[in-house]
Write a protein that binds this ligand. Structure first.
Ligand code: 9MR
Length: 477
């Protein structure tokens, strides 16, 4: 397989991540009289987090805010884990229960707990077809696209600087052999919804790693091939993506695939980090322990595998508790799977992740140049008009522009406007933008240039600053 050239990694913040944790773990090991070890060599960490940190990785868990008052739960959380994912509290229905009205109280409880205990935070999830609030479920088209972008912008802005990695888009591909996108209200807003989501997240929190997260993509199959093609396309076009999350929910029907490590590696070879984001493996005893060991070994063998998150602490905390898929039993006792996981982390032997950031970060915004072939349009056309509606908040806006053809219809159109000082376009859909500040223009894309007399189409753009007072003018061709 020949490798396409890939863009280098985008520079991201170093949170309370592996290197900080490694120092703490090493200090703890010295106090305990244990030998100080280097990544990639055998070691004897005594907790999941410390042992993972010695290998330059994190070990995390999904956390439910309403369990933070359970002392057994919190005791294990604080002792064993150095990363958390909000199990439900950062989802759209939880954070924006009514449109443009945000509630971060439960998510904040998890964030505050993580921060005061030096844990990193995985944000989950900005755009997903499930757990949408009712008002979003009833939207479609441009209204839904704008609502999604506004949601992403507001949530990622609120947590800017605190999130190590965001699951920007979750579960957007269909199961089975089609390799197609999953049909959903978000997908029906246009195939570019995923890249629009990533661009919005990047504009809101440029320091967070931006992940695509899915299940049944853990081995090579039609679904993971489709995700692979998308990531490859994003990397080649400069769409901001930093990581791919492999949920890794396993059971008898969906066992750990034999090519699990190879699949992680092929994604890593595209120039993205890989993360195991929701690990749970149904079963018990030695069989379950062996499966956990395999997953840990696979991550340690892939240098760009940044860490592992299990989807809950005790079996009784699991979304599928009857399958006893986690590392602690209902009383909080360590299971054989815990021991095999810890031993696999300590045995290590894999490749440590790179400790330096490669030079030369690509631009975080997509190129705004229009297609290289000039549009061929016949002369004439009796004009067009444009009107704008703004959805603004403190520090940002989404503009929806309606283009209406005059009496001759259009073969193409360009909308020009001047942004006030301090405002900048960060993201555009259904049009191709030229310029980001001051005088900017938006040209039709292939599918919406031709309008019959009186017909309308809409495009949109998102920006930082204020766009109050902008007046679009339309030129037809
Ligand atoms: O564990 C979560 C459970 O509490 C929720 O009821 C469920 C609702 O969809 O979501 C569970 O978490 C899911 C995660 O957000 C995305 N991947 C699949 C997880 C298990 O369903």
């Amino acid at each position: 397989m020949s490798m396409d050239p890939v863009r280098p990694d985008r520079q991201k913040r170093m949170g309370p991540g592996p290197r900080v944790a490694m120092v703490l773990a090493a200090a703890g090991a010295l106090v305990a009289g244990a030998a100080l070890t280097l990544p990639g060599t055998a070691s004897a960490g005594t907790t999941l987090g410390a042992s993972a940190a010695e290998k330059g990785r994190y070990f995390g868990t999904a956390v439910a805010a309403n369990k933070l008052s359970d002392s057994v739960y919190v005791g294990i959380l604080n002792r064993e884990f150095n990363s958390v994912t909000a199990e439900n509290e950062m989802k759209w229905d939880a954070t924006e229960p009514s449109q443009n009205s945000f509630n971060f109280s439960n998510a904040d409880r998890i964030v505050n707990h993580a921060q005061s205990n030096g844990m990193r935070i995985r944000g989950h999830a900005l755009a997903w077809h499930q757990q949408q609030p009712g008002w979003a479920q009833s939207l479609s088209g441009t209204a839904l696209r704008n609502a999604m972008l506004n949601h992403i912008t507001r949530v990622a802005t609120y947590y800017r600087g605190k999130i190590d990695s965001w699951d920007v888009v979750n579960e957007a591909f269909a199961d089975g052999n089609t390799g197609a996108r999953r049909d959903s209200n978000l997908q029906r807003t246009g195939n570019d919804w995923i890249e629009a989501a990533f661009r919005a997240a990047d504009a809101a929190d440029p320091g967070a790693k931006l992940c695509y997260n899915d299940y049944n993509t853990d081995g090579q199959n039609a679904k993971s091939n489709a995700v692979y093609a998308m990531v490859q396309d994003f990397k080649s076009r400069g769409v901001p993506i930093d990581c791919v999350g492999f949920q890794s929910h396993f059971n008898a029907q969906s066992p750990v695939p034999s090519d699990y490590q190879a699949n992680l590696q092929r994604f890593a070879n595209l120039g993205v980090e890989v993360q195991i984001t929701e690990l749970d493996i149904e079963g018990s005893g030695t069989a379950q322990a062996n499966n956990y060991q395999r997953v840990v070994q696979a991550c340690l063998a892939v240098s760009r595998c940044a860490g592992i998150t299990v989807w809950g602490i005790r079996d009784t905390d699991s979304w599928r508790a009857s399958g006893t898929p986690l590392l602690f039993d209902g009383s909080g006792n360590k299971k054989p799977a815990y021991t095999s996981t810890l031993n696999a982390l300590n045995a290590g032997g894999g490749t440590p992740p790179p400790t330096t950031t490669p030079p030369g970060n690509p631009p975080t915004t997509p190129p705004t140049t229009p297609p290289t072939t000039p549009p061929t349009t016949p002369p004439g056309g009796a004009g067009c008009s444009a009107s704008v509606s703004l959805n603004s908040w403190n520090g940002g806006f989404v503009a929806t522009v309606r283009v209406t053809a005059g009496s001759s219809g259009t073969n193409g159109w360009t909308v020009s406007l001047t942004l006030p000082g301090g405002a900048a376009v960060t993201n555009t859909w259904n049009a191709s933008a030229s310029g980001t500040t001051g005088a900017v223009s938006f040209r039709n894309v292939a599918y919406n240039g031709r309008l019959t007399a009186g017909q309308s189409t809409e495009f949109g753009f998102q920006g930082t600053g204020s766009a109050t007072g902008i007046t679009p003018t339309c030129t037809a061709s």
